[in-house]
Design a protein around this ligand. Structure first.
Ligand SMILES: Cc1cc2nc3c(=O)[nH]c(=O)nc-3n(C[C@H](O)[C@H](O)[C@H](O)COP(=O)(O)OP(=O)(O)OC[C@H]3O[C@@H](n4cnc5c(N)ncnc54)[C@H](O)[C@@H]3O)c2cc1C
Length: 440
C-alpha cells in the first residue's frame, strides 16, 4: 500500500520523515505555493506561522518532556529546531527561516519522499493516508473530511478557555455547588468563585482596558459565533452582560453567606485532566500576561497558576475522541490517520508529536504489523489517550501539560505533597523509562 501524507507543515513533514526512515516510500502533498493559506507567508515546508517558540526547555516540565521524547525517537523537526536555535531564555526558540530551510532541505534530499506541490481534495483508493493539513485546511479537503467522518461541519472557530492548576485555587473562597443543586451525578459539579459588586466592577474595568493579541488572520478578531464570544466582547455589550452570561450567579448559594453572590465564575474539572479546572466560558483575546493579571482579580484565583490561556482562532479539527484510536487511525477506516492540529491537538510541538506517531504507525501498517500505541506513562501516549478517550461532547484541543499524564500513586503523592518539582521530575522519569521499554 502506498503512503500519502497531506500537508507539508509541522506534522506532515515529521510523518513523511518517519515513514522514510523506516525504508518505505511516501508521497508528501503540499498545496502551497499554488494555493496559499491565510497565514503562511512562504512556499517553504514546516513554516512557523506565528511565534518562534517551541516552549520550555527547562528539565522536568511537561513541554520539555514531550520534546525529550521526540528527540529520543529521532524527530527530524526537533533536530532542525536545535540547529536553528536562537537565545530565548528557558524556551526553545528558533530562527524560523533557518528552521524551515533545514526541514525543506532534508525532505528534498530524502529519496524515499516524493514531494508533490498540489492540493488534495479526496482520499481515494486503498492507499494509506495521513491527513496533516493543519488548522487552515483547504475548503475542498475540509468537505471531504466532513464526508469521511460524518461530521456536518468541522470546527472552524475554536474558542479555548483558560485552565488553572487545581492546587493553586483558594478553596477557602471558592465553593463547590451546582446551579440550583442540579448536578449530573449527585455531586457538586463546579467550583465557584464568588464576586461582590465592587470586585465585579473592578474586574470589568480591567478586562475592558486589557491589551489584546494581534491576530494573524484578520477575521480572528471579528468572526465570532454568539456561543463563543470572548469575555471582553461580552463586557463591551453592557456593564451587566457578563452577569447574565458566563458570570451568572443565580442558583449558586455561597455557603459562607447563605446567598447568591453578585457574580460568579464557574470552574469545571476537565474530563481526563486530573488536578486542573477549566474557567467555563472564559475564552478571550487578551495577551497571555494580561490574562494572568486580570483573571487573578477573581476571588479564589489570586494565586492561580495557568496551565493554558484562553484563545480564539481559526481552526479546523475533527472530534477526535469519537473518531480516532490511540494510534491516530480512524476507527471506521484504519488506513486513514490524522496528525497535527486537525487531529485535535494544539501547538507546534504537539503537532510535530502526532506527526511522528502517525508516521511510525502508518509504516507499521504498510508492513503488515499491528501499530502499537505509545505507553500511557509517556507524554506522547498521554496526548493520544486524551484525544482518543476524552468526552466527545465537550472536546477542546489539547496541549501538553502534566494533568494529561497519569497520576503518581497515592503514597508517593502524599510523601511528595509539598514538593511539586520532585513530583514532576518523577513523572518525567517514569515517562522516559516507559519510552525506553517501548523502544526495546
Ligand atoms: C494563525 C495561527 C497562529 C498560530 N500560532 C501558534 C503559535 O504561536 N504557537 C503554537 O504553538 N501554535 C500556533 N498555532 C497552532 C499550530 O501549532 C500551528 O498551526 C501548526 O503549524 C500546526 O501544524 P500542522 O502540521 O497541523 O499544520 P501546518 O503547519 O499549518 O501544516 C499544514 C499544511 O497543509 C497544507 N494544506 C492544507 N490543505 C491542503 C490540501 N488540501 N492539500 C495539500 N496541502 C494542504 C498547508 O498549506 C500547510 O502547509 C497557530 C495556528 C494558527 C492558525
Amino acid at each position: 500500500m502506498k503512503i500519502h501524507v497531506i500537508g507539508g507543515g509541522l506534522a506532515g513533514c515529521e510523518a513523511a520523515w518517519q515513514v522514510a526512515r523506516r525504508g518505505l516510500n511516501c508521497v508528501l502533498h503540499e498545496m502551497r505555493p499554488a494555493r496559499p493559506t491565510p497565514a503562511h507567508q512562504t512556499d517553504r515546508l514546516a513554516e512557523l506561522v506565528c511565534s518562534n517558540s517551541l516552549k520550555s526547555e527547562s528539565e522536568s516540565t511537561a513541554p520539555w518532556l514531550l520534546k525529550e521524547e521526540l528527540r529520543r525517537l529521532d524527530s527530524l523537526l526537533l533536530a532542525a529546531a536545535m540547529k536553528a536555535r536562537v537565545p530565548g531564555g528557558h524556551a526553545l526558540t528558533v530562527d524560523r527561516d533557518v528552521f524551515a530551510r533545514e526541514v525543506t532541505q532534508a525532505i528534498a534530499g530524502e529519496p524515499c519522499i516524493e514531494l508533490r506541490r498540489e492540493e488534495v481534495t479526496a482520499l481515494s483508493g486503498e492507499d494509506i493516508w495521513i491527513v496533516a493539513s493543519g488548522p487552515l485546511t483547504s475548503g475542498a479537503l475540509a468537505d471531504e473530511i466532513g464526508r469521511l467522518t460524518g461530521s456536518t461541519r468541522l470546527y472552524f472557530y475554536d474558542s479555548i478557555s483558560p485552565i488553572v492548576d487545581a492546587e493553586t485555587v483558594d478553596t477557602s473562597i471558592a465553593f463547590w455547588a451546582s446551579r440550583y443543586g442540579k448536578s449530573t451525578d449527585n455531586s457538586d459539579d463546579y467550583l465557584n468563585c464568588p464576586l461582590d459588586r465592587e470586585q465585579y466592577d473592578r474586574f470589568v474595568d480591567e478586562l475592558l482596558a486589557a491589551a489584546s493579541v494581534t491576530a494573524h488572520i484578520p477575521e480572528d478578531n471579528t468572526c465570532y459565533f454568539e456561543a463563543c464570544l470572548p469575555i471582553e466582547e461580552i463586557a463591551r455589550r453592557g456593564r451587566d452582560t457578563l452577569r447574565f452570561g458566563p458570570m451568572k450567579p443565580v442558583g449558586l448559594t455561597d455557603p459562607r453567606t447563605g446567598r447568591w453572590p453578585y457574580a460568579c465564575v464557574q470552574l469545571r474539572q476537565e474530563n481526563l485532566r486530573a488536578e486542573s479546572f477549566n474557567l467555563v466560558g472564559f475564552q478571550n483575546h487578551m495577551k497571555f500576561g494580561e490574562q494572568a493579571r486580570v483573571l487573578r482579580l477573581i476571588p479564589g484565583l489570586e494565586k492561580a497558576e495557568f496551565l493554558r490561556y484562553g484563545q480564539i482562532h481559526r481552526n479546523t479539527y475533527i472530534n477526535a475522541p469519537s473518531l480516532l484510536t490511540p494510534t491516530l487511525q480512524m476507527r471506521s477506516r484504519p488506513a486513514v490517520f490524522f496528525a497535527g492540529q486537525i487531529s485535535g491537538v494544539e501547538g507546534y510541538v504537539e503537532s510535530i508529536a502526532t506527526g511522528l506517531m502517525a508516521g511510525m504507525h502508518a509504516a507499521d501498517l504498510a508492513r503488515g504489523v499491528e501499530p502499537r500505541p505509545l505507553p500511557r506513562a509517556t507524554a506522547l501516549g498521554s496526548l493520544c489517550h486524551y484525544i482518543s478517550a476524552a468526552d466527545p461532547a465537550h472536546y477542546q484541543p489539547a496541549n501538553i501539560t502534566f494533568d494529561l499524564l497519569p497520576q503518581l500513586d497515592e503514597a508517593t503523592r502524599h510523601r511528595l505533597r509539598r514538593d511539586k518539582k520532585a513530583r514532576h521530575a518523577l513523572v518525567c522519569r517514569q515517562a522516559l523509562d516507559a519510552l525506553a521499554e517501548y523502544r526495546a
